[in-house]
Design a protein around this ligand. Structure first.
Ligand code: ADP
Length: 620
């Protein structure tokens, strides 16, 4: 998946969700700053206590004015208690602000991430079919889960932390410099060193993180494909092959993480060493200064304390910076989806009646970077007729239907498709798809009840009315008996959480689902292939009765399915080989006659065909 340079920056795409909660983030940051400020008071209280209460230095002027100096001189114990209370109060205030900082940041980040997730999922619904076929499901899932999680971590923890730590460093360094420039210089000199080291490291590991993410996507895709194709794996005894394939990707994935681990270890150990050196230098210079009387004992303790509060945040900033490279990669990957061009209709898109003739006029089409699949195809499907398409595998039958449904669009100058005289490019996609319904050879059923699966198109109606439609449709699709035989009837859950339907049952449920849509154009794309010839004929009879003015398009390899159609198109390698009624086509030499003879004149073959169709109906 490549990003497009002309589009807005990836970070801008993702951070617009943060902007919506900016005031909450601001509140969180303010509380965070106050928490840090109160924390930094403790070393000052310790310094004053050591120097002025235990030692002999004078308390600062502003404290003397309160009369506490006199009190301190008389009551050392009470002063110590007062200092302890002051430390306690600053700790409580710091804790309270820490609580509100976390609370507000959590609210703001969860709300931002929820909005991001919603938009991501909503956007995926609008992306063209071609986008979905061009991207692996496992990888898309990874972008919507792991990558979003990385961004969530950044927004909820790291973003505010970067500001808080920067404030802490500036504030602590300012206090330290006002106390003693020499020791502060020793402490401060290490800060840019650690920062530079982090930046340097950060840029180095960014690429590794990207490869690790890609490898994780590949691994998820292997697992996902294996789980989806579990039947094929078992049927062909490919378990070991699948294990080896997974192992190969798993090794590649692990090796990438091991290399990443090596780099991280080197980074952390070197970082530890630098920070230990810093502490050592500050203590050494501080001790010498204290011995020479340049600083008081209290100041020395405050220095050590401030230096300690600086050590971890500086390290932690390094860690955040290194993780930010991962966040950057995740932001790129998520914004790639958000920036992918969705399907959209022009504002003046039409919603005409869809019960007119369907005309393919000089249609030429090829999938991306491939030779044409359809070559100058022209034909007319009269409104209300039954039109059949016959052709070998890969001859372009499904592609014709993809174009009619606008799952793919024709390029300019490569022909037109019209319904009732209106170019389908002018028609709103939603309107087109609502009116041109399709049943696929391998239909997909949701993990819901059979009733809900069939009634998807009429869910807005009340339950009783919906179930009436559902039962009627199931009867027409000859699947009512099979459904009623299940213990829970129409409430039987299908898919992973429920019963497994046979190929033929699934196809018939999908046909019933299409019937509830009541569209003026219905396409059966090899969708009776797993149904035995007898049921196939029964369903077609039922449909003919029910459909009335519906334009029906049948795609099949089986001549018995097609022969009663008003017109039959024979497609050969993306070109129209012939077109006519069954009688016309069998009367002339050509592909149709050949297939007819193979399928119909050979009784043994027909028998075999019926048996195999019956087998596949029951196959699971
Ligand atoms: P049929 O339905 O007649 O079996 P299709 O229309 O499915 O044939 O496919 C026609 C040709 O287009 C085949 O060579 C197939 O490999 C190719 N094809 C189908 N779908 C895609 C796609 N999404 N991307 C690229 N090529 C495709």
């Amino acid at each position: 998946m490549q990003s497009n340079n002309l589009k807005p920056k990836a970070s801008a795409v993702v951070f617009r969700f943060v902007r919506k909660n900016l005031w909450l983030f601001g509140l969180g940051l303010l509380c965070s700053v106050l928490n840090t400020a109160f924390n930094s008071l403790t070393p000052q209280i310790i310094r004053m206590t050591v120097d002025s209460v235990i030692g002999s230095s004078e308390l600062p002027q502003w404290i003397q004015r309160t009369g506490i100096a006199q009190f301190a001189a008389d009551n050392t114990k009470a002063m110590l208690l007062l200092a302890a209370v002051a430390v306690l109060i600053t700790a409580i205030l710091s804790g309270v602000f820490s609580f509100f900082a976390r609370l507000n940041t959590a609210k703001a980040s969860e709300s931002s991430i929820k909005a991001l997730r919603d938009e991501l999922f909503g956007h995926i619904q609008k992306l063209p079919f071609s986008w979905h076929t061009a991207h692996q499901t496992g990888e898309i899932i990874q972008r919507c889960t792991s990558d979003v999680e990385v961004i969530r971590n950044f927004i909820s923890a790291q973003m505010v932390e970067v500001f808080r730590i920067s404030f802490l460093i500036v504030m602590t360094m300012t206090i330290m410099f006002t106390m003693n420039v020499k020791i502060s210089l020793v402490a401060v000199i290490f800060v840019p060193m650690v920062m530079f080291y982090s930046f340097f490291f950060n840029s180095k590991i960014s690429k590794r993180f990207m490869s690790a993410d890609v490898a994780e996507g590949v691994l998820s895709s292997v697992v996902q494909e294996n789980l989806t194709g579990v039947r094929v794996v078992r049927a062909f005894g490919r378990e070991q092959f699948e294990i080896d394939r997974f192992d190969e990707k798993n090794i590649a994935f692990s090796e990438l993480w091991i290399r990443l681990g090596h780099m991280m270890t080197a980074y952390w150990s070197t970082g530890d060493l630098i920070m230990a050196l810093q502490v050592l230098c500050v203590i050494a210079v501080g001790t010498v200064s204290a011995v020479h009387g340049e600083i008081t004992l209290g100041e020395f303790l405050a220095f050590v304390s401030y230096n300690a509060t600086l050590t971890w945040p500086v390290r932690s900033l390094g860690k955040i910076l290194s993780e930010m490279s991962k966040t950057g990669v995740s932001i790129e990957r998520v914004s790639y989806i958000l920036q992918s061009e969705p399907e959209h209709d022009p504002p003046q898109a039409l919603t005409p009646p869809m019960d007119g003739d369907i005309v393919f006029d000089h249609v030429t089409f090829g999938y991306e970077n491939q030779k044409p699949v359809l070559d100058d195809v022209s034909f007319t499907i009269p409104a209300g007729s039954t039109f059949a398409i016959l052709g070998g595998t890969g001859s372009g039958k499904t592609t014709l239907m993809h174009l009619l449904n606008r799952l793919y669009d024709l390029e300019d100058g490569k022909g037109t498709i019209t319904i009732g005289g209106v170019d389908i490019n002018q028609i709103s996609r939603a309107h087109l798809r609502k009116n041109v319904s399709i049943v696929l050879q391998e239909p997909f059923l949701f993990s819901r009840t059979i009733g809900e699966n069939i009634g998807i198109a009429c869910e807005s109606k009340g339950r009783e009315e919906m179930m009436e439609y559902v039962r009627g449709a199931a009867r027409s699709a000859c699947v009512d008996e099979a459904i009623e035989n299940f213990a829970n009837g129409y409430d039987t859950i299908v898919g992973e959480r429920g019963v497994t339907l046979s190929g033929g049952q699934k196809q018939r449920v999908a046909i019933a689902r299409m019937l509830t849509q009541n569209a003026p154009v219905m396409i059966f794309d090899d969708s009776l292939s797993a149904v035995d010839a007898e049921t196939d004929a029964k369903i077609r009879h039922e449909l003919k009765e029910k459909m009335g003015n519906t334009t029906t398009i049948l795609i099949s390899h089986r001549i018995t399915t097609l022969m009663q159609a008003d017109r039959i198109l024979v497609l050969d390698n993306g070109r129209v080989a012939d077109i006519g009624t069954h009688e016309e086509l069998i009367s002339r030499k050509g592909i149709y006659q050949d297939i007819y003879q193979i399928q119909m004149n050979n009784a043994d073959r027909e028998l075999l065909q019926q048996v195999s169709a019956g087998d596949s109906t029951e196959s699971r």
